[in-house]
Write a protein that binds this ligand. Sequence first.
Ligand code: DC
Length: 220
Amino acid sequence: MIIVIDGPAGSGKSSTARAVADRLNIEYLDSGALYRAVTLIYIEANRDKEVFFELLNQKEISFYYEDQTFYVAIDGQSVTNELRTAKVAEFVSEVAALPRVRSFVNNLMREAVIDGLYIAEGRDLGTAVFPDAELKFFMSADLEERAKRRYKERKSKNPEITLEEVKQNIAERDLKDSKRKADPLKKADDAIEFDTTDVTFEQQVDKICSKVSEVIEVQN
Ligand code: DC
């Protein structure tokens, strides 16, 4: 069984999905982290698409969720700490727009969720990857609010970063993610829309947990 949360960067999908997974003891899947891991391979290939696709075919990407962290490894080597670097943020939308990359990541995810109960978050999960998901959410928030949240997260690791830079990166990524041809960021018709601009984190988690619990009960 799969529950999906889609939405733009900084809308609160990731922290909310992890908190829901922990509270309800279900598995968590971070599709953005998989696109970021693939972007590391793209960077390793010096952005040469032919070399990149060759490398992608040879590499094995594995992942699991534990202690609030979604761990990703390439050929058994952890890349978890490299996924959120500025370099990856710069190229990830370009990589995620490639249809071959999208089918590669979609296959990884579909295979992973065959057994068990998962909450997954991304951009196109309710529309393209899991159109038959049992429950779909689309989270959004004002750009200003989303930039503030991301800035707060990033500042401790990167004290040089400014709010304006974060805001610009988010705005550019939103534009690329929603305008691309291949599976753009879009609310699924049957997704529950959730604007989190003026909502506390606890309220977000409570709301989603109660909907998820209802669906689990009906399924059992
Ligand atoms: O959620 P995130 O910021 O880690 O995602 C990184 C990038 O990956 C995002 O800019 C777009 C892409 N992405 C995507 O195209 N489809 C998804 N399902 C998840 C992420």
